[in-house]
Every structure is written in structure tokens, then in C-alpha cells.
Design a protein around this ligand. Structure first.
Ligand SMILES: Cc1cc2nc3c(=O)[nH]c(=O)nc-3n(C[C@H](O)[C@H](O)[C@H](O)COP(=O)(O)OP(=O)(O)OC[C@H]3O[C@@H](n4cnc5c(N)ncnc54)[C@H](O)[C@@H]3O)c2cc1C
Length: 488
């Protein structure tokens, strides 16, 4: 048992901060958890009004075993806190030419669908899956378990680089296009890098681990919405004696003599700390240590425009997850990463949870999301937001979903400007840096800062990356380093 007097301050009460605080507390440290916002959850947020309740961030969970392991490590069965449901099908895709395609949870069924579309591509999707499987096997022994050391000679990266697969180290889009002939199948696979805020045309094919994991571990959703996960973790933290400080922004970390000493809050309060775990955006950490913030636009991952619509009536024929593709994907990514503007014709993801807790009887809480640039230089004034919402509704209109905007009893919009302020994330980027090029994909900022001593980092913009399961892994790695350094 570590001394009860070892004081840890965790900055940020998103999933990464909650998981870090819980693990540190479980190991016997005195833990204070500060977040600039009044409610916990960070990007895993919730917005409720007029009988509707919307998740405002994540809408699906993969790798549920990672969340289950967090509860288990704390001595709590996950089932006592959350009722998780596996979704089938995974998603319905609607293409600009009107074609619709449903991706089932079962792999064999998916192969049958592929066979009907293009027999040659059965081999292609099997090969892409195999690349994903091999990367996952290797990463779960290395990359997903340890923090990155200093290159070169970095064992996890070296292991990945020696992966005996030409496909794994190629460009993601080129590998997909080489393996698959059918343009609709290509499109489905090209979408996965956006799960980590990146362009399929600029990231390494190692990200094929994402579609592999989606099929292998399933797509899950808790009863009551994703926010239930954050709520369950926050309640557990309070019960275990983590001191929660909501509505407190950390403005500086004092580090005299080469190690962390005190954390300063915006209201003038100071907290003494032996250990600090920072879980905000990596670009903002230097500012807390007295150095300038650096968030160059070309490094930032995607942000998003999320439109929440409260409908009095359900829309029939909808699965929980649907994707309405733009006509020209390449053009869309050029808008996002080259011209750095909201796409003229965006691909729109629609989340229609079938959960009576989330809407009044007979109604539907609908969540629409399109990718947006995470460029700190972009201004999101009323006109820009209106144009973006117009483009989203226009894409749905053209794909057959008529007059959604007019049918909504309630509308709320989250845009990159709002996300930047709420999450203290330059440009509203969801995942910190993008994963363009293997260095950025695999050498994400480390979980142990090194300097000052006592400072650790977890969360979506640090190693191993973004998305709820990776963030939970990040907290696992960071806390293991804290305990190692404390001699555990
Ligand atoms: C629209 C959207 C859709 C998404 N969809 C999915 C999905 O379907 N599946 C999935 O797995 N993931 C999804 N994600 C990503 C996922 O939500 C994130 O990767 C994850 O929630 C990040 O958790 P985190 O703890 O790293 O960071 P955050 O959730 O950002 O938490 C960090 C917290 O720290 C606070 N903070 C920062 N700096 C300070 C400071 N100086 N002082 C005090 N507080 C501070 C921030 O305000 C924030 O509350 C989505 C995200 C968004 C926004």
C-alpha cells in the first residue's frame, strides 16, 4: 500500500481523468480531481431539455473488455453499474447514389453481403481483417500496454515496424483501394480513420486495427446512453473517496526543483501535489508549465459539428447508427485538411438511440454529426454554424430524409468553437494531434512527462490515442507508471 499521504491531483474529469483518479485512489493515494466544467464526463457529455436527453460526444463503445477490466480492477462488476447492449447490425450506410447497405455484427453474414456485391472483395475484406488482427496482437503485447519510450530503439514501435506486412505500413487509403474493388466497400473502410480524427488518405494502414476491433469486439451501447458510463465512474469515484472539484480550472502546475509541487486553480486556490495526472489536450500542457501553447493547424485532429434534434415522432426504418455518405469523399477530406473549411457536401452520421429513457413517449432524440476541421484559426460565428447545419440537413434531404430541421421540436448545435471553449482544446479537435504519418500515429505524447518529475499524462491526445477504450488504456498505463515510480 502506498502511503495514504501521497497526494495526487488529476486534471480533467473526462473518462481518462475519472479512470486515472479511480485507479490511483484504489492504490491508496489521496486524490483530488479537478475539472473546469460543473459536470463530469468531459467529451462524454449529455444535454437534456423538454423530456429529451442526448449524448453530445461518444455514441458507441468498442472493446468493452477494457471498461469491464477497470471495474474489475476496482473490485466492482461492471454489470452492477451498467446494462450494456451489443448492437446488431453495426450500421446502415446510405450512398449518394441511393444505394443502402447494412453491416451486420456477424462476420460470416458480412462476408455474404460482400460476396453479393463483389465476389473478388471477399478475399479483400478477409485480408484487411488479417492485417488488423496481426496489428492488434502485436499492439496488445506492446503498444497498448506500455508508454512510448524515446525513439529510436523504442521497443513497441520497433516491433510494429518489423511487422512482416507490406500492407500494414502502407498508406491506409491505398491499401484499402488495392484490396477492394467495389467503391461502396472501399468507402465503408475508408471511414474508419475518422474515428481517430484523421484522414484515410494521410494515415498509415496500421489503423486497420479499428475495423478489425469493431467486428471482433462488437459495438455496444449502455441503457440510458453513453453518459451513463461517465456517471457510473463519477459516482464510484465519490464513493471511494476521490475529492471531486467541479467547475475548477487548473491554470498552472508549479515545478520548482525539477518536480511537481503545487497545482493552481483559477479561483486562487492551490493544491499541494506529489503526483499530477494531466488529462486535457496535449497542446495545452506547456501553458500550464509556463511555456507557450503550440497547436499548429496541420497537426490537429478533426473536430465535429453535432446537431441534436428532438423529434415528436420516431422516424421509421432507422437503425441506431446510420451513415449518409457525401458524393465525393476525396473532395470532403480536401475541404477538411487542405482548404480547412466545413465540407460543402459532408458525410453525416446519424445516431438514433432506441431507448425510452432518452425521449418523451413516441419521440426520438436524434444526433447528427459531420466532421469539421480542428483548426484553431477558424472562427465559428453564427453564419458559419448556420451554413454547416444547412449542409448537414441538405445531405440528409438529398438522401431521402426530408425536412428534418422543420420537424424538430428542439434543436441544439455543438460546433468546434463551442468544443474548443468547453474542453479547452484548440480548434475543438477531439483527439489532440491527428494520426497522419506513422510517427504521429505511434509516437503520441508520452504518459510520463519525464520533466518535471511527478507529472503524468493520460487521455485521448496522449499515448496510445483517442476514443473511449484507448483513453481507458491510457489511464491504465499512466497509473502503472505512477505506482512504479513510487516503488510499487
Ligand atoms: C462528438 C464526439 C463523438 C465521439 N464519438 C466517439 C465514439 O462514438 N466512441 C468513442 O469511443 N469515442 C468517441 N469520441 C471520443 C471520446 O469521447 C474521447 O476520446 C474521450 O471521451 C476523451 O476522454 P478524455 O478523458 O481523454 O478527455 P476529455 O473528455 O476531453 O476530458 C478532459 C477534461 O479535462 C478538462 N480540462 C482540460 N484542461 C483542464 C484544466 N486546465 N483544468 C481543469 N480541467 C481541464 C476538460 O474540460 C475536460 O472536461 C467522440 C468525441 C466527440 C466529441
Amino acid at each position: 500500500m502506498v502511503s495514504g499521504q501521497t497526494r495526487a491531483v488529476v486534471i480533467g474529469a473526462g473518462v481518462g481523468g475519472l479512470a486515472s483518479a479511480l485507479r490511483l485512489r484504489h492504490a491508496g493515494l489521496r486524490v483530488t480531481l479537478c475539472d473546469n466544467h460543473a459536470a463530469p464526463g468531459g467529451k462524454m457529455g449529455r444535454w437534456c431539455a423538454a423530456g429529451y436527453c442526448f449524448d453530445t460526444g461518444p455514441t458507441l463503445l468498442t472493446m468493452p473488455h477494457v471498461l469491464r477490466r477497470l471495474f474489475a480492477d476496482l473490485g466492482e462488476p461492471m454489470e452492477a453499474h451498467l446494462e450494456m447492449r451489443r448492437l446488431d447490425p453495426h450500421a446502415q450506410y446510405v450512398f449518394a447514389d441511393g444505394t443502402q447497405l447494412t453491416v451486420p455484427a456477424d462476420w460470416e453474414e458480412w462476408l455474404q453481403t460482400v460476396r453479393r456485391m463483389e465476389p473478388h472483395d471477399v478475399d479483400g475484406v478477409e485480408r484487411l481483417r488479417e492485417v488488423g488482427r496481426k496489428i492488434y496482437r502485436l499492439a496488445s503485447q506492446t503498444f497498448f500496454r506500455r508508454h512510448p519510450l524515446v525513439p529510436p530503439g523504442l521497443p513497441p514501435l520497433a516491433a510494429l515496424r518489423h511487422l512482416p506486412l507490406r500492407d500494414a505500413w502502407g498508406n491506409y487509403a491505398r491499401v484499402v483501394q488495392r484490396r477492394l474493388r467495389h467503391p461502396h466497400l472501399q468507402r465503408i473502410y475508408l471511414r474508419y480513420p475518422t474515428y481517430v480524427g484523421s484522414s484515410p488518405y494521410r494515415c498509415p494502414a496500421t489503423l486497420l486495427v479499428i475495423p478489425f476491433l469493431e467486428h471482433e469486439t462488437g459495438v455496444w451501447f449502455p441503457r440510458g446512453g453513453m453518459y451513463r458510463i461517465a456517471q457510473a465512474l463519477a459516482q464510484l469515484a465519490a464513493r471511494m473517496g476521490v475529492e471531486l472539484r467541479p467547475g475548477r480550472r487548473v491554470v498552472a502546475i508549479d515545478h520548482s526543483g525539477g518536480r511537481v509541487r503545487t497545482v493552481h486553480l483559477h479561483d486562487g486556490t492551490t493544491l499541494a501535489a506529489d503526483v499530477v495526472v494531466y488529462t486535457g489536450d496535449s497542446a495545452m500542457l506547456p501553458a500550464l508549465l509556463g511555456a507557450p501553447t503550440q497547436a499548429p493547424a496541420e497537426r490537429r485532429s478533426l473536430s465535429g459539428v453535432v446537431v441534436l434534434l428532438g423529434l415528436a415522432e420516431k422516424i421509421e426504418g432507422f437503425h441506431q447508427h446510420s451513415v449518409f455518405f457525401s458524393a465525393d469523399y476525396r473532395e470532403e477530406f480536401d475541404d477538411l485538411f487542405v482548404r480547412r473549411r466545413f465540407p460543402r457536401d459532408p458525410t453525416v452520421y446519424v445516431h438514433a438511440p432506441d431507448d425510452p429513457e432518452l425521449a418523451p413517449p413516441g419521440g426520438q432524440a436524434l444526433y447528427l454529426m459531420a466532421n469539421a476541421p480542428g483548426d484553431p484559426g477558424l472562427r465559428w460565428d453564427d453564419r458559419t454554424v448556420e451554413e454547416a447545419v444547412g449542409a448537414i440537413l441538405e445531405r440528409l434531404e438529398r438522401s431521402g430524409l426530408r425536412a428534418l430541421g422543420q420537424r424538430a421540436a428542439l434543436t441544439e448545435v455543438w460546433h468546434p468553437g463551442r468544443m474548443a471553449v468547453r474542453f479547452l482544446a484548440p480548434g475543438g479537435s477531439i483527439y489532440g494531434d491527428n494520426s497522419h504519418g506513422w510517427r504521429r500515429a505511434f509516437l503520441r505524447p508520452a504518459n510520463r512527462a519525464g520533466r518535471p518529475r511527478g507529472l503524468y499524462c493520460a487521455g485521448g491526445s496522449f499515448h496510445p490515442g483517442g476514443g473511449v477504450p484507448m483513453v481507458l488504456l491510457s489511464a491504465e498505463i499512466a497509473v502503472r507508471l505512477v505506482l512504479e515510480d513510487l516503488g510499487r
